[in-house]
Design a protein around this ligand. Sequence first.
Ligand SMILES: Cc1ncc(COP(=O)(O)O)c(C=O)c1O
Length: 395
Amino acid sequence: MSADIFDKCFNFSVVNELKKTGFYPYFHRVESAQGPEIIVDGKKKIVVCSNNYLGLANHSKVIEASVTAVRKYGTSCTGSRFLNGTNDLHEKVEKKFANFIGKEEAILFTTGHHSNLGALSSLVGKNEVLITDKLDHASIIDGCRLSFGEMARFRHNDMSDLERQLIKHQGKGILIVVDGIFSMEGDIVNFPEASKLAKKYGARVFVDEAHSLGVIGKSGKGTGEHFNMEEDVDVLMATASKSLASIGGFIASKAEVVDYIKHNARTMIFTASLPPACVGAIDAALDLIISEPERRTKLMETASKMKSAFQSMGYNTNNSQSPIIPLTVGSDLIAFKMWRMLFDEGVFASPVVTPAVPEGQAIIRTSYMATHSDDHLNFILEKFRKVGKQLGIIA
Ligand SMILES: Cc1ncc(COP(=O)(O)O)c(C=O)c1O
């Protein structure tokens, strides 16, 4: 008898089992804009899991720019950038972004995920190699899978393991791909060493700045600026879905590299372009990143305050160096339980469980916004203290 392709769906019971316990943390309905306070399932919660780092996703100037773009260009470009879907607003924003980060050119994809898929799969072909950090984001892994190149991985931020891979593949075209700030761990790539090794072995470096753009670097340009090595980032990728308060993704590099990706990336050619509302929002958010550096200062002060407070309570904050602070709590079940207890106390957090983390090392990933007030932060700390004690995670 032949198998039914739906068998796995009918046997997919894990979610229902979790729902029965009341600990199911996913797909909750948010009924308000993304700020430090949101309404979830009808109740107010203080958010500690948003990537709205600079608090721009509901800023009046960003909303206004988005509405103005819709009024002028309509709701959709109804086609690929390649054909009818490029307008003057896309080009304006690409130029503004390239100028801001100091690259010759930039191209705007429809999502950050698409940027990684398109750029990595088009840049790295047969007989070439992608070397990635084991904790790189899933969209980087997906981009590698779509590429005809070979894929090799090194242990997280372990530069001697990176060198081992570079030696193994020496002589081939190599692209090293790293996150600037790692999305779950909150640590920063050892870029100075990765760049030194890239030069030694003739490789290029691609940095995913999803969580670092607008967050680190003197003016928010990300990892290169943070280390005063902007020139050494060969390809910079940034999503617009976090600090830039929209959706979309940039790839920026030398003009020839951007031009090549633009004409070869399947996710550029075979999908419709970013809608005007989203491009307008990026345009205004970029202006605010540049004109209001105090948002970044406040964000980093908040991150540092929260990290010290969690540590003094006895939480393991891992190697966080950013507004992403992951707290190790134990088993997956404990993480789900803690999520629920925090939720009932009025805090909306994110549990991260296996296989994203090793067995028994589940985390509650916390992340902060420039717009969290002291009252919000103190409320969050009070609830983590209470719930952490009840679960025996802290003394
Ligand atoms: C490091 C990293 N890269 C890429 C992406 C994909 O970006 P987007 O969600 O904007 O498609 C994300 C999103 O979560 C991310 O965290």
